[in-house]
Design a protein around this ligand. Structure first.
Ligand SMILES: *[C@@H]1O[C@H](CO)[C@@H](O)[C@H](O)[C@H]1NC(C)=O
Ligand SMILES: *[C@@H]1O[C@H](CO)[C@@H](O)[C@H](O)[C@H]1NC(C)=O
Length: 273
């Protein structure tokens, strides 16, 4: 006696069974691959994946030209914003006026970040350090920021900040140092050597050092970056910390420098090592 299901011809499956087999042939490997992908991260070892408790300290940030998305760069507003947002230190740029006032300005002329083109169009391409402080102190250093919106993704300013930005002036180095001393912030800066006919061509370093010393800032908060006359600076102000550029370890050791300031894009493998 044969059970009735054996009556089916061997090798010939019904359409429903064939579908089930197909599902199994496709579905099972699919599930296996899926399970593998799902569990795979457990086998990845990366220094980027760490327990929160084992993380090192957060990086400390210097406000580059202050907080240049929140206020016009190299103005007191910009540095106050940087302080407000917890910057560890402040970065800025110094030029010297013809009458010995170190002031904050990045560019070699005043066109981008002041209203000089409206005030004296004929002198708008003259060097930033070819003017007296009497003149520089009359310029507006904030309206350009509201008009040009120098960053692609800038939050709109509050009404108060808008007003504040509108009235920014070029700051003296002294103003910045007063803020840094009060807030105990580190400072680092680029210093532009005046051109050949400038009265401070050869004495600009000692002028800047004496302004810093007169501010009574803790000298250990000064990160001295300019390479010119470094030994003289060490003699005038032994407390400053010296910061070098990306040079060989031998060169840095020779100059007794243990910190460097470098564009992260230059930190290729060898440089970083
Ligand atoms: C700007 O530079 C020109 C050419 O060097 C000079 O003649 C002129 O006096 C300068 N203007 C100011 C306001 O310093
Ligand atoms: C190098 O710097 C350290 C710390 O700033 C200082 O103690 C040491 O005397 C310096 N050495 C030379 C040769 O300048």
């Amino acid at each position: 006696m044969m059970p009735c299901y054996e009556q089916e011809t061997p090798g010939r499956l019904g359409p429903l069974t064939r579908l089930k087999a197909l599902q199994l042939v496709i579905g099972l490997p699919f599930l296996i691959v899926l399970l593998f992908l799902y569990l795979m991260p457990m086998g990845i070892h990366s220094p980027c994946i760490q327990e929160k408790e084992s993380l090192g300290p957060k990086p400390t940030l210097f406000g580059h030209r202050g907080a240049p998305m929140l206020g016009p760069e190299n103005t007191m507003m910009s540095f106050e914003k940087a302080v407000e947002h917890g910057a560890h230190g402040l970065e800025f740029d110094i030029h010297l006026s013809t009458d010995s006032v170190p002031f904050l300005m990045h560019d070699h002329d005043l066109r981008r970040t002041t209203d000089i083109r409206e005030v004296v169009p004929s002198a708008s391409r003259n060097r930033s350090d070819s003017f007296s402080w009497d003149f520089l102190s009359t310029l507006n250093a904030g309206k350009w920021f509201l008009k040009d919106k120098p960053f692609y993704k800038m939050e709109p300013l509050s009404e108060a900040d808008h007003e504040k930005a509108r009235s920014q002036k070029i700051p003296k180095l002294r103003h910045l140092l007063d803020l840094a001393r009060k807030e105990k912030k580190k400072v680092i800066f680029d210093l532009t050597r005046p051109p050949s006919k400038h009265p401070l061509r050869d004495s600009y370093v000692s002028v800047v050092v004496s302004v810093i010393l007169a501010s009574k800032m803790d000298p250990h908060l000064i990160f001295w970056l300019p390479a010119f006359d470094r030994d003289y600076v060490r003699y005038l102000a032994p407390g400053f910390q010296h910061v070098g550029r990306l040079q060989s370890v031998e060169k840095l050791t020779e100059q007794n420098i243990s910190m460097i300031n470098v564009d992260y894009k230059e930190l290729f493998y060898g440089g970083l090592r």
